[in-house]
Design a protein around this ligand. Sequence first.
Ligand code: ARG
Length: 419
Amino acid sequence: MEIYSSYEATSAKKVVLLYSGGLDTSCMLRWIPEQYGSKLIALTIDLGQPADFLAIKSKAENLGAEKAIILDAKKEFAERYISKAIMANALYEGAYPISTALARPLIAKKAVEIALLEGADAIAHGCTGKGNDQVRIETTILAMAPEMKIIAPIRSWKMNRDDEIRYANENGIPIPEKSKYSTDDNLWGRSVECDVLEYPDREPPSDAFEWCELPENAPSEPEYVKIGFAKGVPVELNGKTMGLLELVLKLNFIAGKHGIGVIDHMEDRVVGLKSRELYECPAAVCILKAHKDLQKAVSTIHQNHFIYSLEEKWAQMAYLGLWQDPLMENLDAAIKSANEKVFGEVELKLFKGSAIVVGRSSKNMLYDLKMATYSGEQAFSQQCSPGFIELYSLQTRMWKKVDDNGNLGKQQEYAKETA
Ligand code: ARG
């Protein structure tokens, strides 16, 4: 049974294709105008992935695109998306810094902007029907431009790789060398899938890594880096003020060299699949560690214990690409407010695959040496503690007492049920 959604295009006049320059989207460049009788604009967005954008542009033009647009969105990605992920300590399922996920809504937003500007009635993408990316991209497009039609050829054209190669040969499409892995790169990280990585019991081979040195080959001397924060966002690296884009690029290089940032994750995709994902996120791992540490130092116990639930929800929403949902704005407001006092510096020691926080300082720190110290002058009144413990433990002790007197207390009932 085939089910098509009403927002999928059956015809189109002008299509904006999210174009990477790879085999899939190059075939689409020909296939879409052929199938839909449409004009086509190729749109490639630079988010820090290693690519020859000039070559991609001329490839699209040579293959017949009416227009090929290259858009540099790195700064916007850093300042509007990555900065929020840092403030939210965003780790999906406690592990994945949502690097790919974070970029999709921005890519979709740019596609909508260009489509509206160019008078296009459909947007096409190269995502498969098994992943999260289709969900993120289409949700964003439909929320921003409800009339827009979607074309997702991989879901519908029924071509396998051999068919695509045949189609490419027939249409004069250059065939890039097949890479073993399916990858996605941007400033915040690199995702690696396929080939042997589909076997979750096997260690990722060394050729899966491009950003991170293997820990065993990393320098045998540690390197220290200091990250300075203002309102929860990194603003300094090793004492030098810089924009987030530059800082992330520099830190990816430094930490990657020390083998930091490898994440091997059993992941729950939104489409119900569980998959083994491999990530290289050197800067993200360092910055998130440093940020969490500093935030804990300047926030109260109540703030610290509560914020986790908001952060977890934020990461799930961002993983889903639900930036258009009002809950995202609600969460952003709370998270922004929880970062107002996050100023200071965190020092990390980078060594053979690990990044350890070794120091932090802040004008807003709620740490007081005179209170905390075990030596010298003491400001903490230890004689207050017995009274505190007496009241704090009151209910626990009462509950125990009922039980000790032979009454049927909760503990006995529970013990019976589980006996
Ligand atoms: N599982 C990750 C995510 O959903 C990575 C997806 C990688 N995408 C890709 N086209 N290789 O965010």
